[in-house]
Design a protein around this ligand. Structure first.
Ligand code: UGA
Length: 430
């Protein structure tokens, strides 16, 4: 099939490259000339495991192209994917202005029997509005259909998530639209759910909100474990083995971040409030997540006393490992709060090497970042922090505290390292 992907951001590029890999002829389109030029000249605007290899392969086979001009690709397409960002506006609701502007501009270019597939995360009702806009705007004879096919891509495993998803959600209002979606995704054997446009929209936000809620639940239990002196590890392991609960997204730590969970929770709360519904569970989820930062600061103060004039080393800036994304990262909020209480901050992250908006010392060497430090706080669970040379770390530090705010290290191993090197190891709820 001939497919145009409008919006070559993170989701758009992964979608375009994966669809080309599945055997479709794809053009990725963006208004950002620099980004398109970068892709055309063999560069990569984002870092995502497996993506570059897949892109090079599809380019070699002539299945993947890039353009700033939507008209030719859209008018000759069997399907158009819209993968435009929908960031949170000040009110908490999703800002759909860029999405609508793309819909307005491509409407006249859509072929008569075209399929417009919205992949962007949008509030319930948006896709129906787009469909009715197109019906009014286009000639009566036009058989254009709108579908919603939400993405469930995690940064760091987006290619795998696209090609082997737990489920594919096909929201549409006509059999033709469902059938075309089935054809596009034919090589993927995951369960496929057919539902209405609004149901598909809600499946996406409700899924993200549920996962965020699971994380906050684990964090709430970890605070209780700290108070009772029991281990959250055993508690979540015992809970997670119940198949009705499941062990994923049940890790206590510094809390969730990223561009999706916080935004989708906001959007769901704002949407419900328009219907005079108070999403108490989601509000509690947000509040528990915000509190993580205070709890981390309290742990540091309990260990070190006042943090004024203390040096704290933050390990990891990204909102999770294997991404270069720092949006809504707990590490940024920890740095801001440490600054507020007068601590000096040194930062190391394996991929983020420049952070102009925060007054912190960013170094490219883990041990240099810990030199003269009173405490190392692991905020993002990058794999390399599992293999630290604890003897060397203790030698360069001024004091001996390590706070593992992601519970990524083994407590028994750390007990040995503490004994051997005179370290004080702390973690969350254990
Ligand atoms: C999330 C969803 O997992 C995807 O399914 C969805 O498609 C995507 O949002 C989106 O809406 O586009 P992502 O934001 O990339 O994906 O990251 P996750 O892997 O879900 O992690 C989110 C945050 O939760 C991270 O900060 C992570 O560190 C934190 N987390 C995760 C925990 O604190 N504890 C856990 O047990 C798991």
């Amino acid at each position: 099939m001939k497919i145009a992907v409008i919006g070559t951001g993170y989701v758009g590029l992964v979608t375009g490259a994966s669809l080309a890999h599945l055997g479709h002829q794809v053009v990725c389109i963006d208004v950002d000339k620099d980004k398109i030029m970068l892709l055309q000249s063999g560069g990569m605007p984002i870092w995502e495991p497996g993506l570059e290899d897949m892109i090079r392969d599809a380019e070699l086979k002539g299945m993947l192209d890039y353009s700033t001009d939507a008209s030719a690709a859209v008018s000759g397409s069997d399907a158009v994917f819209l993968t435009i960002g929908t960031p949170s506006s000040e009110s908490g609701e999703a800002d759909l202005s860029a999405l609508w502007s793309a819909v307005h501009s491509i409407a006249p270019m859509l072929p008569d029997n075209g399929l417009l597939i919205i992949k962007s995360t949008v509030p319930s009702g948006t896709c129906e509005q787009i469909e009715s806009y197109l019906r009014k705007r286009l000639p009566f004879s036009s058989r254009i259909a709108v579908a919603h096919n939400p993405e469930f891509l995690r940064q760091g495993s987006a290619v795998r998530d696209f090609l082997a998803p737990d489920r594919l959600v096909f929201g549409a209002s006509s059999p033709e639209a469902y059938n075309r979606l089935e054809e596009i995704y034919a090589p993927i054997k995951s369960p496929k759910i057919r539902c209405g446009l609004s149901e598909a929209e809600l499946i996406k936000c409700a899924s993200n909100a549920f996962l965020a809620m699971k994380i906050s639940y684990a964090n709430m239990m970890s605070d209780l474990c700290d108070a009772l002196g029991v281990s959250i590890d055993a508690v979540v392991e015992g809970m997670g083995l119940d198949r009705r609960i499941g062990s994923e997204f049940l890790s206590a730590g510094a809390g969730y971040g990223g561009s999706c969970f916080p935004k989708d929770l906001h959007a769901l709360i704002a949407l419900a409030s328009r219907e005079h519904l108070d999403m108490e569970l989601l509000k509690a989820t947000e509040s528990i997540n915000r509190q993580r930062i205070q709890i981390i600061i309290q742990k540091l103060e309990t260990a070190l006393g006042s943090l004024e004039d203390k040096t704290v080393t933050v390990y990891g800036l990204t909102f999770k490992p294997n991404t270069d994304d720092i949006r809504e990262s707990p590490a940024l909020r920890i740095c801001s709060m440490l600054q507020e209480v007068g601590a000096r901050i040194m930062v190391y992250d394996p991929v983020v090497t420049c952070l102009p908006e925060l007054q912190v010392d960013l170094t490219v060497d883990m041990y240099a970042a810990a030199t003269g430090s009173d405490c190392v706080v692991i905020v993002t669970d990058w794999d390399q922090f599992r293999h630290l040379d604890w003897g060397r770390l203790r030698q360069v530090m001024r004091s001996s505290y390590v706070l593992d705010a992601r519970n990524m290290l083994d407590t028994a191993e750390m007990a040995v390292n503490c004994e051997r090197y005179g370290l004080h190891y702390m973690s969350m709820g254990r």
